[in-house]
Design a protein around this ligand. Structure first.
Ligand code: PLP
Length: 384
């Protein structure tokens, strides 16, 4: 067999998230590992998509996405995110938020350029960067507050650093950026002339009246920010692979070329279908928030009772839980013990940290239907 292999991926392995899903399936457990969000898709979106398939709208879409969809996105960005973007030149429909991030990294940076991530981080941000041969530096965040501090961010920036990656609401922290934190990022990004990525895929999952703030709306960040958005979570369509992004026109031209080379386009009939989603009434989002708030309260309450202190999230639908009381050697052992004793799957904290701090935690995803969620709570409260 020829000896082949890309050096950049030598140390990359299947994510702990997928691995735990596999372990969960083996025992027929309750999967709270992967953020699959198995809740129903809005019927309006399903109906419009079925219509598009019935009408056989099956050919390649333009590389940048359907005009009607980009126009709908522009309206939503202006109204909800306070971002003004030209659908012709600054907005693209992508193969999920994942495709948006990958195409951006590949088109804007060279191997050896640097990226700064806040720890705990979302594993795909790290591993896609490594896949592109980028160097990654980390800003450790204090668990519990996760606040961005100017000195800590400055300390992570190196001469080769080209970009900072934000995620708000954060996965796995659930942290939502405040205006003060965005001001800090804006000040440093401007001073050091850095690109800022803002992954806002959980923008509608916010609790207790917290307002989602988009860094790209900051006057000093507008011309240096790539905002990555997704529809996977908003419409519970993780398997459809649809997302979108906003970037300055000059960068977007290049990003579109790379996205075209990788994927050609996002699935055409599904693009037609989700246009309908942009006309859903405000009540859809209010109900989403309410439903997930109730799930958060229920599940975090159960973790407390089980003695696995939760870091109650401000947004998104994950919770890091302190598993030190289980007395395991590391977070993988803890996640396996929880699965074995209760049939509930989580992700070892090490998947989100480069420091040993991660070994104290596991992450649960509470975007599951009410019945399995209640069952998971009952089992966890039953003890180990
Ligand atoms: N960004 C974050 C922070 C995520 O947690 C996820 C999925 O879990 C994604 C992006 C993936 O998004 P998409 O399904 O749009 O590729």
């Amino acid at each position: 067999m020829p000896k082949v292999g890309n050096l950049h991926i030598e140390n990359l392995f299947q994510s702990d998230i997928r691995a735990m899903t596999g372990e969960c399936n083996k025992v027929g457990g309750i999967n709270m590992a992967q953020g699959i969000c198995d809740l129903p898709t809005p019927p309006e979106v399903l109906k419009a998509t079925k219509n598009a398939i019935d009408q056989d709208l099956s050919v390649y879409a333009p590389a940048e996405g359907l005009t009607s969809l980009r126009q709908a996105i522009a309206g939503k960005l202006e109204q909800y995110n306070k971002i003004k973007a030209d659908p012709e030149t600054e907005i693209s429909v992508t193969m999920g938020g994942t495709g948006a991030f990958a195409a951006s990294l590949m088109s804007l940076f060279n191997a050896g350029d640097g990226l700064v991530l806040f720890e705990p981080f979302y594993g795909y941000h790290l591993n896609e960067a490594l896949l592109c041969g980028l160097k990654v530096d980390f800003v450790p965040m204090s668990p519990g507050s996760f606040e961005i501090k100017e000195e800590a961010l400055r300390a992570a920036i190196q001469p080769y650093t080209k970009a900072i990656v934000l995620c708000t609401p954060g996965n796995p922290s659930g942290h939502m950026l405040t205006q003060k934190e965005i001001d800090v990022v804006a000040k440093i990004a401007k001073e050091k002339d850095l690109v800022v990525f803002s992954d806002e895929i959980y923008e509608y999952f916010t609790y207790q009246g917290r307002e989602h703030l988009s860094p790209g709306a900051h006057p000093d960040l507008a011309d240096r920010t790539i905002t990555v958005m997704g529809l996977s979570k908003t419409f519970s369509i993780t398997g459809w692979r649809l997302g979108y992004m906003v970037a300055p026109a000059e960068w977007m031209q290049k990003i579109r070329v790379v996205h075209d080379l990788l994927y050609i386009c996002a699935p055409t009939p599904l693009q037609h279908g989700v246009v309908e989603g942009f006309s859903l009434p405000q009540t859809y989002y209010d109900e989403l928030r309410e439903e997930f708030f109730e799930k958060r309260e229920l599940f975090c309450g159960a973790l407390k009772e089980a003695g696995l202190e939760p870091m109650v999230p401000e947004g998104a639908y994950y919770v890091l839980s302190d598993v030190s009381p289980l007395g395991c050697q590391n977070s993988k052992e803890a996640a396996m013990k929880i699965l074995e004793k209760t049939g509930v799957a989580s992700v070892p904290g090490r998947a989100f940290f480069q420091s040993p701090e991660g070994e104290k935690y596991v992450r649960f995803c509470f975007a599951v239907e009410d019945e399995p969620l209640k069952e998971a709570c009952r089992r966890l409260k039953g003890g180990f």
